[in-house]
Design a protein around this ligand. Structure first.
Ligand SMILES: Nc1nc2c(ncn2[C@@H]2O[C@H](COP(=O)(O)OP(=O)(O)OP(=O)(O)O)[C@@H](O)[C@H]2O)c(=O)[nH]1
Ligand SMILES: [Mg+2]
Length: 251
């Protein structure tokens, strides 16, 4: 998890207020140790909330995905098309995570699907507690599929379990094929990769086979779909996978 971007600044201040003066001999060392202790604490607390979410989703028979990617790879566009194509077949809801604005929630709302926007402010990822709160807004007894769009960030969301069944990483053809090796934590955490914007392949230097090989190097069992959420190319295979998983969760 990130220690330098300041996304947990409030927690640091809260936990360590007033301790600084006692550690002036080894301030650097002490700071580092405290940072690690706080990180462990944050992740342990998050994991407790995630376990609660997972139990709730299981009890309600809801299949839950956590969409992660760098900003602009096409998470919202993929959700919009998926909801337009499958919204009649399944009862869906969406949780949108962004630092600011409800732009993405408005795009989802236009499809007619219930949506809740979370603004993380300085924070660079969703956590399980935020998702627990947002999920309270939906009629969970009447849901088949909950889609969570995380904050656009290929680093921090990898560390935070939200209680989802799978992380789905979206990588677009404009980002370069070596992203799985450069950001291995995220690709390792993901069970599915949506290789998006394949409609742009004629215009960009992007080697699809190399990319898939690199993704499998960090996540040997990752399921990969090549899609264009703009043209709809390849989306049927993704829908087939979703249908199978939703049916499995329903038992
Ligand atoms: N050509 C092409 N453009 C796409 C495709 N999918 C998304 N886009 C475009 O890429 C841009 C970003 O798409 P979004 O869906 O907003 O990306 P996002 O991942 O939700 O972005 P953040 O929420 O900011 O992280 C938009 O201009 C989309 O129209 C695609 O398959 N092909
Ligand atoms: Mg988005």
């Amino acid at each position: 998890m990130c220690t330098t971007c300041g996304c947990e600044t409030d927690t640091h201040d809260h936990h360590h207020h007033g301790h600084g003066r006692h550690h002036h001999h080894h301030q650097g060392e002490g700071k580092e140790a405290r940072k690690i202790a706080v990180e462990i604490d944050i992740l342990a607390r998050n994991n407790r909330y995630a376990a609660g979410n997972r139990a709730l989703f299981a009890a309600k028979g809801i299949f839950v995905l956590n969409l992660v990617s760098s900003p602009g790879s096409g998470k919202t566009t993929t959700l919009e098309r998926t909801l337009k194509d499958l919204g009649g077949r399944y009862r869906c809801a969406v949780i949108e995570g962004d630092q600011q604005t409800d732009n993405d929630a408005q795009r989802i709302a236009a499809t007619g699907v219930p949506v809740k926007q979370i603004n993380t402010g300085a924070g660079c990822h969703l956590d399980a507690h935020m998702v627990a709160h947002a999920a309270e807004e939906f009629a969970l007894d009447h849901l088949d599929l909950l889609l969570v769009e995380n904050v656009g960030n290929l680093v921090c969301p990898a560390s935070f379990d939200l209680g989802e069944h799978h992380k789905v990483v979206v990588l677009s053809t404009t980002e370069g094929e070596d992203k799985p090796l450069k950001y291995p934590n995220m690709f390792h955490a993901a069970d599915v990769m949506l290789l998006n914007k394949v409609d742009l392949l004629p215009y960009v230097d992007f080697d699809v086979e190399k990319c898939k090989e690199m993704a499998r190097r960090v996540s040997p069992n990752i399921t990969i779909f090549e899609i264009s959420s703009r043209t709809g190319q390849g989306m049927d295979a993704w829908y087939g996978w979703l249908a199978g998983r939703i049916a499995a969760v329903k038992g």
